[in-house]
Design a protein around this ligand. Structure first.
Ligand code: ADP
Ligand code: MG
Length: 248
């Protein structure tokens, strides 16, 4: 239901203007994004939806500074990303953004604790501090008793929680989650969503890609992509907040 919902009023953290991304596949050019503009405020909870191939992951990679656009402008915290040095970009990826992927992307032979420590190694944190921070992050996601387990000794939902702990361990302000429930059954997926909601309530900015409406319903804003373009961008109330609004 589209009714007037609470709009964000925090500072703009992500501001992309007319972003396009082309991929060259042999002779053929794939236009993955064809002029996307999006402004995201601090502590928004946004779902990016759209059919397979519509450009969702491409957009997430741009937002996370993992890839650069073919054209257009990206300002992160008011600064033009194209003008940042590699070190500054690495700093943003390490400290500002936590990534969660559909396939978890954990190191298979490493324990939960070591997997969660990884971003801290890149950030140059000393071993004792890093172990303590990783252990705390695992406790936060309810895996205090699974620190020495390797990924194949964990359930899918637990693996994704390890991945979330890894995304959180640096206290990033933005969580980018690309179909985080895509490989999970619906009950386990719901647990991950509850975790994202807690992070949102704590002040994080959440950007979630999903094609499941049930999952997207937890976000406060829904952006629909189609063929590399934004088809709609709406602020939506939570399902159980609908009572608070006059239906149209
Ligand atoms: N690295 C790549 N090289 C070539 N084409 C790509 C690459 N990544 C994505 N594409 C193409 O760009 C389009 C958008 O892909 P993607 O962003 O992954 O869509 P979605 O995540 O919505 O399924 C698709 O047509 C896809 O085939
Ligand atoms: Mg994708």
């Amino acid at each position: 239901m589209r009714v007037g919902a609470i709009r964000p009023h925090g500072p703009v953290v992500i501001d992309i203007q007319n972003i396009s991304k082309d991929y060259l596949m042999g002779e053929e050019v794939v236009h993955a994004l064809r002029g996307v503009s999006l402004r995201i405020h601090r502590n928004e909870y946004l779902a990016i939806m759209g059919p397979s191939g519509s450009g969702k992951s491409t957009l997430m990679n741009m937002l996370g500074c993992l890839d650069t656009p073919t054209s257009g402008r990206y300002n992160f915290n008011g600064r033009n990303v194209a003008e940042m040095t590699d070190d500054e970009l690495a700093e943003i990826r390490n400290r500002e953004i936590g990534f969660v992927f559909q396939t978890f992307n954990l190191l298979p032979r490493s324990t939960s604790l070591r997997n969660v420590e990884l971003p801290l190694i890149y950030a140059g944190v000393d071993p004792a501090t890093r172990e303590e921070m990783a252990a705390n992050a695992l406790r936060e996601v309810g895996l205090g008793d699974r620190m020495q387990h390797k990924p194949n000794e964990l359930s899918g939902g637990q693996r994704q929680r390890v991945a979330i702990a890894r995304a959180l361990v640096n206290n990033p302000s933005i969580i980018l989650a690309d179909e985080p429930t895509g490989n999970l059954d619906s009950k386990t997926g719901e647990e991950i969503i509850v975790l994202l909601e807690v992070l949102y309530q704590r002040g994080n900015t959440i950007i979630l890609v999903t094609h499941e409406p049930d999952i997207a319903a937890h976000a406060r804003r829904a952006v629909h992509l189609r063929d590399g373009l934004i088809e709609s961008d709406d602020y939506v109330p939570l399902v159980d907040e609908e009572f608070a609004f006059e239906p149209r």
